[in-house]
Design a protein around this ligand. Structure first.
Ligand code: NAD
Length: 295
């Protein structure tokens, strides 16, 4: 299949490589010449513009920073260049309103569009093991599944357009809040004289058990693969967690939902990022809570 991909950064680079590896004819574009060069090395063909990447494509995939880039690329490049009927897949994490607005404009222009944000970081993008949360009609989802399947291990249908973004930001709001709550519990346990491994052994088998504890423990030791064992390097950057929390809180305001835990999580990650923790894995927020963080 001929696929156009626009946005070849940390995530899109690996995704483009996996599309090419799966045997697709991939026309790739990025504003960065370096990113484009890496995609060519990985088997893609360089397009000279986003419009050229979309021309003649059976499917177009975008992996861009935020809603403003997605609106711009579709309205000013893709809609005018792609053939009506083409499948459009935006995999960026963006606000629900932008996702719905772009999908409505796409439908009006005769395209089939899905929002398909991902869970899993750069390693999953490179390894082709992303989880896609897809918003779109049943027909659009059926067409999207094989394309996304070349880049991911789980392709989940969340509902109509915008539902993929909704699932992503609700999940990450829960993750951000649960990480802070987990970190707080470890800090308190330590202050009360309880050994971290002992607290882990008990709480992971009691009702406090949660993913942030058992798969991504914010203290080093109990979960050897967690970023806490490498001084919080790599993993999922606090800046990206903050971005998703901002999207969640803004969506809650626009939908009239009350999210005090999400709002507090946003404020704490904002503080941590402002103190220099933006590049650290999001479990590094424990350093802010235990007072050991020095910016
Ligand atoms: P990134 O900044 O590394 O890559 C974005 C790329 O888009 C850049 O290479 C940039 O040059 C390109 N770009 C921007 N405007 C463009 C335009 N008009 N035309 C063509 N290219 C353009 O970002 P990333 O880490 O790859 O993240 C991409 C998306 O995936 C974001 O929405 C992010 O929230 C989401 N996401 C990231 C991760 C992660 O761990 N990095 C995990 C899940 C989701």
């Amino acid at each position: 299949m001929r696929i156009g991909i626009i946005g070849l950064g940390n995530m899109g680079g690996g995704m483009a490589a996996n599309l090419a590896k799966a045997g697709h004819e991939v026309m790739a574009f990025d504003l960065s010449a370096d990113a484009l060069g890496r995609a060519v090395t990985a088997g893609c063909t360089a397009a000279t513009s986003a419009a050229e990447a979309a021309t003649g494509a059976e499917a177009v995939v975008t992996m861009l920073p935020a809603g403003t880039h997605v609106r711009d690329v579709y309205q000013n490049s893709v809609f005018g260049a792609a053939t009506p009927g083409t499948l459009l897949l935006d995999c960026s994490t963006i606000d629900v309103d932008s996702a719905r607005a772009v999908a409505a404009a796409a439908e009006a222009a005769g395209f089939v569009m899905c929002d398909a944000p991902v869970s899993g970081g750069i390693a999953a993008a490179n390894g082709g093991t992303l989880t896609f949360m897809v918003g779109g009609s049943a027909e659009a989802f059926a067409r999207a599944e094989p394309v996304l399947g070349a880049m991911g291990k789980a392709i989940l249908h969340a509902g109509g357009v915008g539902a993929g973004q909704a699932a992503k930001i609700c999940n990450n709001m829960l993750l951000g809040a649960s990480m802070i709550a987990t970190a707080e519990a470890f800090v308190l346990a330590q202050k009360l004289g309880l050994d971290a491994q002992t607290f882990f052994d008990i709480s992971s088998k009691a009702s406090g058990q949660n993913w942030s504890m058992t798969s991504y423990c914010p203290v080093p030791g109990p979960v050897p693969t967690a970023p806490s064992n490498r001084d919080y390097q790599g993993g999922f950057a606090s800046a990206l967690m903050l971005k998703d929390l901002k999207l969640a809180v803004a969506a809650a305001q626009s939908a009239g939902a009350s999210v005090p835990m999400g709002a507090n999580a946003e404020a704490l990650y904002q503080l941590f990022a402002g103190m220099g923790g933006a590049g650290l894995d999001f479990s590094g927020i424990i350093k802010l809570l235990d007072g050991s963080w020095r910016s």
